[in-house]
Structure formats: structure tokens, C-alpha cells
Design a binder for this molecule. Sequence first.
Ligand code: ATP
Length: 636
Amino acid sequence: MSETLTEAPATGMEAANEEDAAAEALDSEDVSTPDPKAFKSLKGRINYDTLKALTVRPLRLVDMTPVQERVTALLPDLVRPWDPEGIVSPKVPNPLPPGWEPPIIDPNAPRDILVRAQTGTGKTIAFLIPAIQSRLNYIEHNAMLAVINAGQGPSPHLAGRARHAFRRACAGPLILSPTRELALQIANDALKLTTHQKEFEVRLFVGGATKRQQMREWMRFRRDLVVATPGRLRDLLENEPEVRNGFKDCPMLILDEADMLLDMGFRDDLDAIMSYLPPSPARQTFLFSATLSRQIRQSAASFLSPNHLFIDATPGAPSLSPDKQTPMALALPPDDELTTHSRVPQFHTLCPTASDPLPTLFKLIAHDQLTHGNRSKVIVFCPTTHMTALYATLMRRLGSEVLPNGQTNIWSIHSKLEQRERDAANHGFRKAASKKDDTPAVLVSSDVSARGVDYPGVTRVIQVGVPSSEASYVHRVGRVLRGSDAMAPGAANEGARPNMRADMLLLPWEAGYLTWQLTNMPLKPLPISVINTQLETLSVKSGSAFSTETLRDAISDLLPSLDPHAIRSTAASLLGYYLPLNSSLRAQPASILSGIYAWALENFNIPISMMQQSPKRNHQFELYDENEAHHDRVPW
Ligand SMILES: Nc1ncnc2c1ncn2[C@@H]1O[C@H](COP(=O)(O)OP(=O)(O)OP(=O)(O)O)[C@@H](O)[C@H]1O
């Protein structure tokens, strides 16, 4: 992958001059007594070009976030090449070529880390800085080894050849991400950080793109960093000897959203991938996550070396100097402790009947548009792919008619879309509603966008129904308040921002989830009557023509005209989603069934003629339609 998939911001003459000045300041700056928070304090500990990308162009960052500060405090020891025999070590001063300073390293410093930090706090940069530095160090290390092994004294020519061969033959750090969108975002962030290292290359292995193209690039170009989703990487490792060979000396594995990757759904792929990588300690492992359940902590231990560090950069965690960061077992609190964006106000609305969530959803979006105008940018999370497709259709058909700002850009992302459609939605929503005269935007999404994906300027997240886990709730809420807003100086200490928020719409049979699963979340009740009053006040204040009657009429005109098969498929998908959650909801399967039955009947006037529990398997229900068997495609 040699080009950025998101456009770099345009720079005019003024910006160019500013950049020159910043670069000069970076060159001349004395960092002998640096502010440890400032990126500039990394001068001398990371490659100059990486530092320039961070502080001058394209990122122009000033201060590190706590997680970045804690991780980079471990440099340079954290990224020293694995050299158990000490061949390239301070004990071997010769025959190092002139100007090659062997780094001063602590041979006992931990090499593996488990990092917990809240969503949106800059974990990507926190792992990319050491990953890039590790790759650069390994390239030099190998060049030194080649010279030493040749035994002919300093030879820049030989070193150059060794560098060239190594960069093409051996994969650098491997970063795994659970979703394609997040993988793409990480790869693009890596390209930004290596803007000034023109030859540095990032390979991206994700499903949805052609394998042939990925293989062609793998064979022809450098493999400095590899970003991948587990399924595609496993497939390539199992079927392509060239990929297998490339990874046999892979020095570093980074799991972003580690809790999800270590969970059962990905575990098989992960175990298969691990069998192609070198074992620890030759392979370093970094695990990054915003949430860590007890079970995940246990399985994390099997990936990490025994003297790994646990770095807890969540608020309230003890602040430790790097040499005192504690091993995981000592540092983690005994109970599951999930963190969330405490700065995001969170509300739940209990909808009395099955026909309430849809109009209430439109009202919440209307509320957001009346509050933020054209910069309103809302993500609606739905429980299943079918539901996501259905709600996206409803938004597209009704949005312009009923929402206060008229034109609203609606995007949708779920796993049954083609990759190019996912990419277009991802790209479109990322750029949307960023200027005053833009159009408000809504992204209707399944959990594909819940983690890591960084959409700047999201003003509100609305969850329709319950998430699959408490961790998923936290990640969804974490889509608000990201990017520059979240990182503004002092933001961590600021109080809640009343204009950005998260909402959740629940039916009575879903309400147990609040009590039993989201106990620690700062969710406040928000009745529909209060939403109505707030909307009225806002409409009058802004002179908007928004009307709840128009909304109600438009919905009741549209819903009965929808394809009944599609509604049945959505109802089936909801059953498949909710029944296994019955113990989390503390709801009997029968009340889930009748809740979903009511949803189909009251909204779409579709009686689901018969629902039966399969005699063979628990919680496997099937919908029967006299005329047609249930089909599983997304029909919208
Ligand atoms: N030091 C910093 N100063 C300002 N902005 C930053 C800084 N570090 C990162 N950012 C920006 O903050 C946003 C969120 O960063 P990132 O996506 O890495 O968060 P995250 O911790 O990985 O979140 P998640 O857990 O949701 O994946 C990005 O837009 C990133 O460019």
C-alpha cells in the first residue's frame, strides 16, 4: 500500500511557512530538560523523521496522551532487536562501522506489554511509534550482523545490500485488527507517521480486497509493517508459502482491540496465525484494549512473556514510573472493571410499545440536528445486519421528509455489504458534516464500526436495542468525542460536554440489560415525554418546521408498504441475536419471542405465522412462512 486512502489536509503558503518554522524549531530545540508529555521529548529516542511527522507534518501534535506517554517512556529498551547471543551488543565494539553507535540497552527490560486505555485516547499512535522504531532498528541490526558475520571490517556496501534484502524478505511488526475498517485506518495512520520515510511501506491484508493484488504487492514491495484482519491473514499463511516465509522471523505482534481478538470468535484464527510466528521472546507481543474482562486477561497471559508489563492508562489508575509499572497479575483489580468515556452524557429511553423506538429514533436525530445544525453527525447502532439494512432504508426514505434540516446524508455499514460499499460509507461519513455549510449525516451501523474506527466530530451515538456485551456498549459510546476535541489540552479534566451524548432505546423486555449488565454505566433515564418537550422548545427557538405529527404520518404511510419477507428475515435475525442473550437480559425466551412478534406486527402489520423452537438445539428458533422458506440474504 503506497498511498494514503484519506486525503491529507491542503496546505497553503502560510501553512508551509509555519511548517518550516516548526521543523526548524524541532531541529534546534534543546530537549535536555524536556516536558515528558511533549512529543518533542522523544527527540533522540525515536527516528527523527517519525518525530517530524508527529510534530510538524502531517500530524502537528504537541502533547502525548497518557497512554502514549506511558508506552514511549519504555523506549528505546522496548524496541531493541532480539539478540540473545549479544552479537550486536555494546560488548562488541568492533567491527561496527564509524558512526554506528550501539544503543545502550537494559537486557532485562520487559519486551511484552498489555495496555489498557480508554477509547479514543490515541492507542494507535501509542503502538505505531514503537512498531515503526522496531522495524528501523531491525533493519540496522541486520545490516550490522551481515557486516560482522562477513568478518571483513566496515563495509557500507555490504550493509546496504543486507538492508535491501532484509526489507523485502522479512515482515516487520504485524498488527491485527478485528475489522477491515479499523485495519485500513491503522494502515493509513502508519503511512502518515512515515510520511518522511519515503521508502517505508505498509502492507494491508484484509478480506474484501483481491488476494491476487495483495500477493502481487507482497512479492514486489517492502513489508515494513503489516496490518491485517485475522481471517485473511490466516488464509494467506495457510495457502501462500511466500507469506509463510515472510512471517517466520516476524519480530512483533500487536493486537489492537485485543479483548475482541482474544475472544472465542477470533480465537481459532489467532491460534493458527501464532503457529506461523516465532515464539516469545524472539517475538514481542503488545496487546492494546479499552476493555479487559477477567476471562480475556487470563487468555492474554498465554500470549505474553512472564515478565510483561501491564500499563493501565485509564483515569484513576495509579501513575507509575516506567520502571515501576507492575506485572499484570499484581496490577489488575480483582473484579472486571470496564472503563467508559465518563465525559459523554449517556441516556436511556424506555419505549412502552414496539412501535415507539422508530419515531423516537427520528426524534433523537432531530434533536441532534436542532442542537448542532449542519454539523450534526449521528451513529445509529443496530443489533443485527438485517436490522441495520432495514433502518438505513427507513432513514433514506424518510429522512429528508421528516428531519428538521431536510437534506441529511445517510450512510450504512454492515458485514453483508460489498467491501467497496463499506469503504465508500466509511470514507463518506468520516468526511461528512465537518463544516458549517455541510449536510448533517447519519451512519446506520452494525457493530462493524463499534471499535476503533475513528470518525471525527460525531455528535451523538444512538443504540437501538442492547449491545452484545458491556464492552461493546463502551466501545460504541467511545465513537463520540474523538479526534481533536477529545485530545484538546485539558480535555481529560473537563466536565461532561452537554452537546455530545449517547442514547439508548429499549423495549420493556430489553430493560433487564440495564439493571444486570450496564450497572456501572452512568446512564440516566430520559422518558419520551421529555424528548417531546425538549424538541418543541428547540423547534420554537430555531424556527424549525419539525413536527411530530408529520413524522408519525410519514412512518405509518411507509411501514406497511415494506417487503414482508424482508421484515420476516429481520425478525429472524433479531431472534438469533436476542435468544442467546436471554440470561443477560434476565428475560424468558417466551417474552423475547413475543417482543419480536409484537415488533413485526405493530410496526409492519406482519403476523409471523408460527415460531417454533427447534427440538434439537437450545435457543434455535425458526420462522415459518407458509409460502416461502426463510432466507438469509439482506433484501433492502
Ligand atoms: N497526542 C494526541 N493529540 C491529539 N490528537 C491525538 C493524539 N493522539 C491521537 N490523536 C487523535 O485522536 C483520535 C483517536 O485516536 P485513536 O483512534 O488512536 O484512539 P484509540 O485509543 O485507538 O480508540 P479506540 O479504543 O476506540 O480504538 C485520532 O483522530 C488521533 O489522530
